[in-house]
Design a protein around this ligand. Structure first.
Ligand code: RUQ
Ligand code: CUA
Length: 681
């Protein structure tokens, strides 16, 4: 697999070099020509209208530098050709997932997840989507209509992306979603039963047996009330382990469990891999247990939670925790099994390592040997050794925190500290023995050389800063191609920037967020910024980038009558020739088909007050022959991909004449793809 990847990279590199040499030569030759001829396009100020036909003259007219031309050549994907990589980016507050091709940075799809998405008919009536969104509601009166998606996680087999599933969390409401990459649709949303918010999710174990969801702002478990005066006693952190069942493509709620943690703010987690498989690592902050209260003269959270030089990296023996949970050594919170803090301490499931300062993120090296931590307020990145952690645990002899959790000695488990710059955050890896860390305050991405087994992969000194790439501006996460797997590709890196400031045309005070594509293909100091992609929906947090050929989604649904909710044919699905309207008392059931360019039936007559159950199958088999179904006034909007069936129900409370129509421009007679629902008063 590795060899194969390297070959691909080699071929790509060869191809790119050829083009570059060609383009640069042409550029320089023509530049010198133009000095004599005075390029005509220069006189119109370099605007694109009336550009010369010759490539090098265009470059001159548009004032493109040789670097610009290189960047353009590296990212241009000719019409009809496919991108090499696919990036799955969190959609931030949009509660969605963006699918983006690399290197072109073209937006291919927006997957509705926590937020209704009308084009896909996600959350506009269809039983399947409403059931998934409703499952994600917390108990109580309030309906949640959005999510703050943070961390997408591709499913893995033996630590490598396998292209089958994608998971993502909603920080605002502590929810986890499962997306099936056969049809790129959300299949499940689970509300965490013990926490109101999360952050350290989603992260998967190397074979996707478990999906990890760590907490964030401590609160009484199960959303009980407790005064902030009782913070240390009654507030708690948590990490939840969701059991994933690959065959059904769903999280198995009943086989899942959580661990109670001290009320430090768990931040981000990562699963151990290879040598550290079976362990989970979560960084934390606010071990000060600050409770804020600026309005009553208390230090605000930002100061209160940053007093100590060290917080605690949580080191969790997950394999052992699974055994403890399976043995029933749990308490119940909202009916959900939770390993209590006391049990974790007694069973040796949880250890702490002091981590500097105001930490954010923990990332495990491809072979699982090292845990990389960055502190927002420490210019260093800190590397701990799994081997040393194991030795320290075996040694015993710990100090403990106030909850009795053993604290390992910092120096005993430290492997290296590398001074990178201001505001280090998140780290990714490549195939050259380098790590990449985002520097929020500096707006740069640092490339640094790993040591240990990675030392022989590069020429630089082990554990040393190699180079920096400026980004614009305020980078949060970075995503490298397969950069958190056991075999990173080392081709591209995307910087997910929070601010754009003046980089794009002014669109008012709310600015786009800026994804920047960086070439990390060649070793040494040099990286190259290739492309800016403003994204008008914020705030994307993290992304993962998978080799495009690992994905093999369906082109059309496998059979007519396919129900994406069960990924099988629905026996109730209407079929051609069997369309009908059946009344049973006050209940009217409709079996309808859609095909270019008509619905059958085209008239549906009912009475006000009827309860309506309406099934529609798109009986098409042609690639991309999607039909929409919109029923105005009843908030119904479906997207029916070829073969798909959907059902919706409503009470016909409004009388009148409602034209239902196809909302996809599917054919020349698309406008005629319409019918009348007549609701008699
Ligand atoms: S994090 S604020 Cu992934 Cu840097 Cu959520
Ligand atoms: Cu079907 Cu338009």
């Amino acid at each position: 697999m590795n060899l194969f990847k390297k070959q691909n990279n080699f071929y790509r590199a060869g191809w790119i070099t050829f083009l570059l040499v060609f383009a640069l030569t042409a550029f320089f030759i023509s530049c010198s020509d133009q000095q004599q001829e005075a390029a005509p396009a220069e006189s119109d100020g370099g605007v694109s209208t009336g550009l010369p036909a010759d490539a090098s003259a265009i470059a001159a007219a548009r004032n493109l530098t040789p670097d610009d031309i290189v960047a353009a050549l590296k990212t241009y994907v000719p019409t009809g050709q496919h991108d090499d990589y696919i990036m799955f980016s969190s959609g931030g507050h949009a509660g969605q997932v963006f699918v983006i091709g690399l290197p072109s940075m073209r937006l291919l799809k927006t997957i509705g997840v926590f937020t209704p998405e009308p084009w896909q008919g996600w959350g506009y009536g269809s039983e399947e989507t409403m059931a998934i969104l409703n499952n994600g509601q917390a108990d109580g009166e309030q309906t949640v209509m959005w999510g703050d998606t943070h961390h997408p996680a591709l499913s893995e087999t033996a630590g490598d992306y396998d292209g089958q599933y994608l998971f993502i969390n909603d920080k605002a409401h502590a929810r986890v979603a499962v997306i099936d990459l056969r049809d790129f649709e959300t299949k499940q949303i689970i509300k965490n039963p013990i926490a109101i918010n999360d952050h350290g999710g989603t992260f998967v174990t190397p074979d996707t047996d478990w999906v990890i969801e760590g907490g964030q702002y401590a609160a009484p478990l199960g959303w009980e009330y407790a005064s902030l005066d009782e913070y240390a006693e009654d507030y708690r952190g948590m990490v939840t382990f969701w059991k994933f069942d690959r065959d059904s493509g769903r999280i198995d709620y009943d086989a899942s469990f959580a661990m109670e943690l001290p009320p430090y703010w768990q931040d981000l987690c990562d699963a151990g891999k290879r040598v550290s498989e079976g362990w989970v690592f979560c960084n934390s902050f606010n071990t000060e247990m600050a409770t804020g209260g600026i309005e009553s003269g208390e230090p605000p959270f930002e100061a209160g939670a940053s007093q100590r030089d060290m917080d605690y990296l949580h080191v969790i023996n997950m394999d052992k925790a699974i055994g403890v949970a399976a043995a029933g050594q749990t308490i119940e919170v909202n009916g959900f099994p939770v390993i209590s803090l006391d049990t974790s301490v007694a069973e040796g499931l949880l250890y702490f390592i002091p981590e500097p300062k105001s930490p954010h993120g923990v990332d495990i090296t491809p072979g699982g040997e090292y845990m990389v931590i960055s502190g927002k307020l420490d210019p260093h990145t800190t590397v701990f050794s799994f081997e040393k952690i194991q030795a320290a645990i075996a040694d015993g002899n710990f100090e403990t925190d106030q909850y009795g959790v053993p604290i390992l000695d910092f120096d005993a488990v430290l492997e290296a500290q590398i001074e990178l710059g201001l505001g280090p955050l998140h780290t990714q890896f490549d195939d050259k023995g380098y790590a990449y860390t985002s520097l929020f305050l500096e707006s740069t991405v640092a490339r640094w050389a790993l040591g240990g087994p990675y030392g022989e992969m590069h020429e630089e000194e082990d554990w040393s800063l190699v180079g920096k790439q400026s980004v614009h501006y305020n980078v949060g996460h970075i995503a490298a191609a397969e950069g958190d797997t056991v075999s990173p590709d080392g081709t591209y890196l995307v910087s997910l920037n929070k601010w754009a400031v003046d980089r794009f045309a002014n669109v008012g005070p709310l600015l786009p967020q800026n994804f920047q594509l960086i070439d990390i293909g060649s070793p040494g100091e040099q990286m190259q910024l290739l492309y800016d992609m403003p994204i008008g929906v914020g705030e994307p947090h993290y992304a993962q980038i998978i080799k495009g050929d690992k994905l093999s989604p369906w082109e059309v649904y496998p059979e007519i009558g396919w129900d994406p909710g069960i990924q099988a044919v629905n026996p109730e699905a209407p079929m051609s020739g069997e369309e009908k309207v059946v009344r049973n008392g006050n209940e009217v059931e409709i079996w309808m088909t859609a095909v270019r360019s008509h619905f059958t039936p085209e008239h549906v007559e009912i009475n006000q007050g009827d309860h309506v159950i309406w099934h529609i199958t798109n009986v098409e088999r042609a690639y991309d022959a999607t039909h929409g179904f919109s029923l105005p006034g009843y908030n119904i909007q479906l997207s029916l991909e070829p073969g798909e069936t959907a059902t919706f129900e409503f009470d016909a409370t409004e009388d009148g004449v409602f034209s239902y129509y196809c909302s996809e421009f599917c054919s020349a007679l698309h406008l005629e793809m319409v019918g009348y629902l007549l609701v008699k008063p």
